[in-house]
Design a binder for this molecule. Structure first.
Ligand code: COA
Length: 308
């Protein structure tokens, strides 16, 4: 299955990374209802796409996103409750439910403007890299609403409370360097290094065991709202669960490469992934199936021979 051609979103895949571009640069990538529907479809597709190992969310033309489209998302839907609800559902689903729980690692690559509603996808992605001259602004207070959908919630969950209050209540713009300092992004880098820094991070993620990485990111997110007893229980169960159906057999492979082969130091790097682990698993499954069929085939052949 392939993605259909889209108007407001562009996808490029290279070396395991799917670059998902919000694609309305003439509107500074303000998010219209159509853009939300297309993003929702795109993320759903990529989550199970075998060629995609890391998803990068970015904005075409050098703009991450100027937030919700004030004309098409807000004003045009004032008297259209059905349209408003459909757009809001898609908007929230891709910017939060999908991204926050995504099965693959996600990175926001931020430059130009990151305003208002764009903070949802900024906070939902696992990691964020920004150009140091990016203009960030929780502008809602400046045009007459509070930071809605989940913006107030995810901003105050991500950064320090006084900073959250300050930027939400003042609507004052700040740059990438401040965004890194207060925890909105992992790195702020000069604009010319942005793409390479993002690729470097994606490649580090792709070197980890996919099953262990997936479980780890889900676990770190889930335990935030659990108490200690629940966390012990959840983490023990999740730890066991990784061992089932892990193509890398990560636990045994990692231990063996360190303890038996003395091939690496886990303090500094991941164990070497088995190349073509998926292919090997498929081959093994096929061999098993053929073996099962073989006696039946032999029996049938004997029968035919007897009849002759
Ligand atoms: N909603 C709708 N349209 C938007 C938009 C938004 N959030 N942000 C930008 N645009 C449109 C502008 O209306 C303009 O459209 P036009 O060419 O039809 O006039 C076009 O995008 C370019 O914007 P412009 O303001 O001319 O570009 P700029 O580079 O000088 O400024 C911003 C960019 C982002 C600083 C400015 O457009 C802005 O403040 N936008 C509002 C952002 C906002 O408050 N978003 C919060 C939503 S929750």
């Amino acid at each position: 299955m392939a993605l259909k051609k889209m108007k407001c979103v562009k996808v490029e895949k290279k070396g395991g990374i799917a670059w998902v571009w919000l694609n309305r640069p003439e509107k500074r990538n303000a998010m219209s209802p159509q853009l939300h529907f297309e993003m929702d479809e795109t993320l759903k597709f990529l989550e199970t796409d075998p060629a995609t190992r890391v998803v990068v969310i970015a904005g075409a033309g050098g703009y991450f996103s100027a937030g919700q489209d004030l004309k098409e998302f807000f004003r045009a839907n004032e008297n259209n409750p059905a349209g408003r609800k459909a757009a809001a559902e898609a908007a929230n689903r891709w910017r939060w439910e999908r991204l926050y729980k995504y099965d693959k690692p996600t990175i926001a690559m931020v430059e130009g403007y990151c305003v208002g509603g764009a903070f949802m996808q900024l906070c939902a992605t696992d990691f964020a890299v920004a150009a140091d001259d990016t203009v960030f602004s929780l502008s809602e207070v400046n045009w007459g609403i509070l930071p809605g959908a989940l913006v107030s919630k995810v901003v105050s969950d991500t950064i320090m409370p006084r900073k959250a209050l300050y930027y939400c209540c003042l609507g004052e713009a700040f740059d990438g360097v401040e965004a890194e300092k207060i925890g909105f992004v992992n790195f702020a880098v000069p604009k010319e290094e942005l793409v390479n820094k993002t690729i470097e991070l994606a490649q580090k993620l792709m070197a980890k065991s996919p099953a262990v990485l997936r479980a780890t990111k889900h676990a770190v997110r889930q335990v935030r709202t659990m108490d200690f007893d629940q966390s012990y229980d959840y983490l023990a169960a999740k730890g066991q669960a990784i061992k089932v159906g892990d193509a890398q057999d990560s636990y045994n492979t990692g231990l063996s490469q360190f303890l038996d082969k003395k091939a690496y130091k886990p303090t500094f790097e991941p164990f070497a992934l088995k190349k073509g682990a998926k292919k090997a698993a498929k081959k093994a499954a096929k061999k098993k199936a053929t073996k099962k069929q073989a006696p039946a085939k032999k029996k049938a052949a004997k029968k035919t021979a007897r009849r002759k």
